[in-house]
Design a protein around this ligand. Structure first.
Ligand SMILES: [Zn+2]
Length: 265
């Protein structure tokens, strides 16, 4: 009987969007629980998860996205979990290698929000992994996590999240740009999508008549939240606003027949 390899190979998936190539890079996964679900009953959540043929407890993939254009430096959207959740995450570097891109080549890192499964790959040993990149973050996100006194004002239980966000972003001091909405780099537009976090931002890619909306954490549990958009997760900073934003994004994507991609699936 052959031995089962102890490590699953990293998954990457290329997609053309107009003149650009977008590559989804799987950073790994998080093992979840139906206890993460808020605003609907556990029974409703379980029924939706079962109806979509997904496992209970749920497993959440973690994704980042690489955007490449002719003549431009590569753009990275989110950076995965790094070492924050043990060996099931932190595969971004391997994925970039498979895509033929060195971290030092990345020109811009766009962050959807400053949770540890999105900013975990930014720094290693206190240094910037993307040594030549500008870092772009929602203004409200920077205000929430990085403002003077934010850590001290945070409830005790939330402090590790503030410390984590600050440590991940600190090495990019002097090359951090905050945005609210509108074009952030040619062909990429920030779309404010607050609720999960105050400055949670989706990025819309438009090129030669084709579009892709990379919507961050609008959906954590596809089996549950597509069927029940009113279902939140315990990590939502403002659960009510997160639901409103999810419904708005679903409407926008459906009415403009927009292809979407997310960080969890
Ligand atoms: Zn996330």
């Amino acid at each position: 009987m052959p031995a089962k390899p102890s490590v699953q190979a990293v998954g990457i998936c290329h997609k053309r969007v107009g003149d650009l190539v977008v590559t989804a890079i799987n950073d790994g996964y998080l093992d979840g629980s139906l206890d993460l679900v808020t605003q609907v009953s556990k029974d409703e959540a379980a029924a939706a998860q079962r109806a979509s043929c997904r496992s209970i407890p749920p497993r959440l993939t973690i994704n980042a996205f690489l955007v490449q254009a002719d003549g431009g430096r590569p753009i990275l959207i989110d950076t995965g979990a790094g070492t924050n959740f043990g060996p099931s995450g932190g595969k971004l570097a391997e994925g970039l290698k498979l895509a033929g891109v060195e971290p030092a080549e990345i020109g811009t890192v766009l962050i959807t929000h400053a949770h540890p499964d999105h900013t975990g790959g930014l720094a290693a040993g206190g240094s910037a992994v993307f040594s030549n990149a500008e870092l772009v973050l929602g203004q409200a996100e920077a205000d929430h996590w990085l403002a003077d006194g934010a850590l001290e004002r945070a409830p005790e239980g939330a402090r590790p999240y503030f410390q984590g966000a600050q440590a991940a972003i600190a090495p990019y001091k002097g090359r951090l740009r905050t945005v609210s909405s509108g074009e952030v780099v040619p062909g990429v537009t920030a779309v404010a999508a607050p609720g999960h976090t105050p400055g949670h931002t989706a990025y819309r890619i438009d090129s030669a008549g084709q579009s892709l909306l990379i919507w961050g954490d609008i959906v954590h549990l596809p089996g549950i939240q597509f069927a029940l958009p009113g279902a939140g997760v315990v990590f939502d900073v403002d659960g009510k606003q997160a639901v409103e934003t999810r419904r708005r994004m679903f409407d926008m994507a459906a009415s403009s027949e927009l292809t979407v991609a997310g960080m969890h699936g």
